[in-house]
Design a protein around this ligand. Structure first.
Ligand SMILES: *[C@@H]1O[C@H](CO)[C@@H](O)[C@H](O)[C@H]1NC(C)=O
Ligand SMILES: *[C@@H]1O[C@H](CO)[C@@H](O)[C@H](O)[C@H]1NC(C)=O
Length: 467
């Protein structure tokens, strides 16, 4: 097949292949600052591992003539990066700049026929690199150093013992040898530190398991975008049935995060993402609930039996005297979730089937009701999970099918209000309270977390701590 046919086919099978994200992440300067602290500490550890080989040579120095010398047991005793910067370069990446760094070494200097002297060297260091942030093949962010330069300044020396005049005869050779030995090790160590960071970024849960039915895809749908003050990532943010990635009949609406900067990280979760959850659970056939009398709180004024229903529909107690009743609530399509400022509303269409439970356990249907309900949701962040709780707004029931003759459905409103409030909603809340995984990296803790509901999405502002 030619490439154009493949593309056409791809467009057919994936209507949401368009790059609108369901979830957006914004890393602010505060996050870059925190990342810098971790990154520079890592780099400092790496640079301390610089190995300085023994240096030996023969130099002709006047007025002595040819003299053999060596430097041995060179060790880094201190290395400081007091001035290091990570700055965002819009459209490009991050620029790393380390200036005024210093490396202190000690070692033994030996000149033939002369005594060994203990030396302390101090060298200045400048490192610059341009880091670009890309999306790897799994849709995770990855950092690449593209332009590392390291300059080791000339060595100044402290003697323990005299003979500085003697050393000075060799200083330029030693200086050159030391600098070149060290200089070539620095950029590979910077690359090593970047690699460590990438190992960390690889832990982004691009496929976050939710439960036995669902997982959320958090891979990036576009390359990261870098502005003067933030790094923005567009993530898919889509629920899928585990192992069966079927696209829903709706797609993400573009949205943009407000320019907030107080927290390190802002996570925007769109109504699209929430709605894919409804789509997935509805497809999995798990948005249903069987309600039996023992689920109704003992204090409740109603019981699920033919006597209670018989007060409203006398035919029921007449034909099925003294039996228990069971209800089956099922969604008929995926619920619709909408985000308005400070308002999360879920609309659901369900059927509710009532059965009489015969003494031999056979279920005999009494009637089927259609129910349109709306609930309000309160969302919150618990750990690294997004959780929620719903309360009933309103519902409307109409008669679908009756097996017990015609009756006034509205007379059952109160019974079903109690069933919804006391049984169905608490059950849903048990699930919602467990929460859904947010995009995370490694062992990440969210602190100072706030959640706002805005038009079309919710915004989580949070600081992050890696443990
Ligand atoms: C919340 O939004 C829904 C529709 O999205 C609306 O019907 C309802 O009145 C709103 N509630 C409040 C308290 O504004
Ligand atoms: C169970 O009992 C009902 C009512 O008495 C009867 O109609 C039905 O055939 C019985 N079913 C079985 C499997 O025995």
């Amino acid at each position: 097949m030619s490439p154009c046919c493949w593309l056409a086919l791809l467009a057919l099978v994936s209507p949401t292949l368009a790059t609108n994200p369901g979830v957006k992440l914004k890393l602010t300067e505060k996050a870059i600052e925190y990342g810098k602290q971790i990154g520079i500490a890592t780099l400092q550890q790496k640079l301390k591992t610089i190995q300085i080989p023994d240096i030996a040579g023969t130099e002709k120095v006047s007025p002595i003539g040819k003299v053999k010398y060596s430097l041995t047991e060179m060790k880094i005793v201190n290395l400081g990066l007091p001035k290091s910067d990570l700055t965002l370069v819009p459209g490009t990446g991050i620029s790393l700049s380390i200036t005024n760094a210093f490396i202190n070494l000690h070692g033994n200097w030996r000149v033939r026929y002369l005594h060994v002297m203990f030396m302390l060297f101090s060298l200045g260091l400048t490192v610059t690199d341009s880091l670009s942030i890309l999306s790897d093949e799994t849709g995770r962010p990855t950092v690449r150093g593209v332009n590392c330069e390291a300059i080791v300044g000339s060595a100044s020396v402290k003697f323990h013992g005299g003979a500085s005049w003697l050393y000075n005869l060799f200083s330029s050779f030693i200086d050159k040898a030391l600098r070149s030995a060290m200089q070539k090790q620095i950029c590979p160590l910077v690359a090593d530190a970047i690699n460590d960071m990438n190992q960390h970024l690889k832990t982004l849960n691009v496929l976050a398991k939710v439960d036995n039915h669902a997982e959320i895809e958090y891979s990036m749908v576009t390359p990261p975008s870098i502005s003067k003050s933030s790094i923005d990532l567009n993530l898919k943010g889509e629920f899928y049935n585990i192992g069966k990635h079927q696209e829903p009949p709706f797609s993400p609406t573009p949205f943009s995060l407000p320019p907030q900067i107080n927290n390190m990280l802002y996570i925007g979760v769109s109504a699209f993402t929430a709605n894919t959850a409804g789509f997935v659970y509805n497809n999995a056939g798990v948005l249903g609930l069987r309600i039996t009398d023992d689920m109704i709180p003992p204090s409740s004024p109603i019981r699920l039996n033919t006597r209670t229903l018989g007060t409203f529909v006398p035919e029921i107690s007449k034909r099925f005297p003294g039996l228990m009743v069971e209800l089956l609530v099922q969604t008929v399509k995926e619920p619709t979730i909408s985000f308005q400022p400070n308002n999360v509303t879920v609309q659901a269409s369900c059927t509710m089937t009532a059965y009489a439970v015969q003494t031999n356990s056979t279920l005999t249907p009494l009637f089927i009701l259609n129910m349109e309900g709306s609930v309000s949701a309160r969302l919150f962040v618990a750990g690294v999970m997004l959780a929620g709780a719903i309360t009933l707004n309103k519902f409307e029931i109409t008669l679908g099918t009756s097996y017990v003759g015609p009756f006034q459905v509205q007379s059952l409103d109160n019974i079903f209000r109690i069933v919804l409030k006391d049984v169905v909603i608490p059950q849903i809340n048990v699930r919602l309270e467990k929460g859904f995984p947010l995009p995370t990296i490694g062992k990440m803790e969210l602190i100072n977390t706030e959640l706002q509901v805005l038009k079309g999405y919710m915004l989580i502002g949070t600081d992050v701590k890696f443990t």
